[in-house]
Design a protein around this ligand. Sequence first.
Ligand SMILES: [Zn+2]
Length: 474
Amino acid sequence: MKKGLKYSLMKTVGYLSYNLLKILPTGGKSYPGYLFLRYAGLDSLGNLAKEQIKDGSILITGTNRKTTTTTMIIDLMSNDVNISKSVDNNTIYALTTALLAKKSDIGIFEYGIRDLKHGIPDVVEKNIKPKVVVYTNVSREHTQVLGVKNSFEDYVKAKTLLSKNMKDGIVVANADDPIICNIGQEKQNDGHVVYYGFNVDNIEDDTDVSVMCPKCNKPLTYSHKYMNQRGVYSCSCGFKRCEPDVKITKYSIENNKNIITIDANVYNYFVDENISFTLDLELPLFGVHNVYNVLAATSTYACFTPKPENIEEKLKNYFNNIDLSILPPGRFEVLEYADKLVGIGQGDNGDALKVNYDYMNHFIQGNDYEFIYCTPDLNEEEIFEDHLNILKKINPTHITVIPGRVSVDVAKTYYTQIKDNNLNASFKSIEYDFEKRASGIIDSINESEYKYVVVSGCGEEHDVWNVTLNKLKE
Ligand SMILES: [Zn+2]
């Protein structure tokens, strides 16, 4: 069927507005895509993707670390082929804008989904027809969205829909994360699944996070934990972690470097058979969470590069020269403030809070530090539960509890639970007001008797963190 005049016209308008807006300093990132979808219609996205992308697209989703993983995949792939990309902006508009910008061989798009009402994973899947869907991890965050309780099951379901109807494609899944591993297992009959994970004994995390079986909802049994919910697990119902195809088989820290060995045996889409390689890498001393990013990017690159020749060299070349600057800025920063060292940034799920603390811990000398903990909201008990588990494990010298989102009363009840767990804590009531929250955090830093201060937890999106951070810098 002939495509309508409206489609062609809007593609041109979208393209023109792309050229116009890309010269603007901010705000142009999603607007052309928005215009195109608004006037040509959502169903036109399929045609656009088909016309602009020759070999197929990769979609990357998860709760944390999508941006770092996506950046690594983009860097690796763009050495081999011409790509279209959308990173650090999780909307369908940003993705559409990237499609309008140019024709290319492969599309690489980060796509985040908070819930089904505020993301349309099934529509994205239907139109983009991804060849690869990458799942990084799933952690509980924002269990309420715009005041409505959003169950973790719905959140997982939304993620699942991004690959549900994909046939003969590849799912790249973190085997160590039970929920992601289950998404992979359910796709095994539809195409290929590439699992990645750790296979070493000398990395161990003893955080007490109880995780329910995604098949039968009974608690999983772990024989080993690598980081929070990630590890080697099984359930009496028969569900268990899959053996990774891309795995860390050696891990050590020497001379301030992560020395790792990756063994891989991966299906490649273009050669239509498995390729095997071993990689010895020297990475900067970033945490286990970043080693997971390296695994996810290696797996995705190996399964979807049309040029897998010399893959070891290409991967080594890239990762051995990587620096920390590719990590997304603004999420957690450590800075000197008065006579203190302050680490500050959003950590609105258990995983992120732990990663922030681990990073700050590199700087803390001695044992004493303050943790200014910004609480979740009403109906976000699951996030609090995950946060509390981390706080119990790291056991800060003193915790100042402050309300992170709307409700002050609920913050107080979370504080009571922290006290009930024998943690040394006090409560600071700050009413729900943007400016007051930011200055309240700064007051708490000033009032703290400790040299090292970590500020993390929930906040109103990124804004409150950025405002506070900028005030500190002044
Ligand atoms: Zn089970």
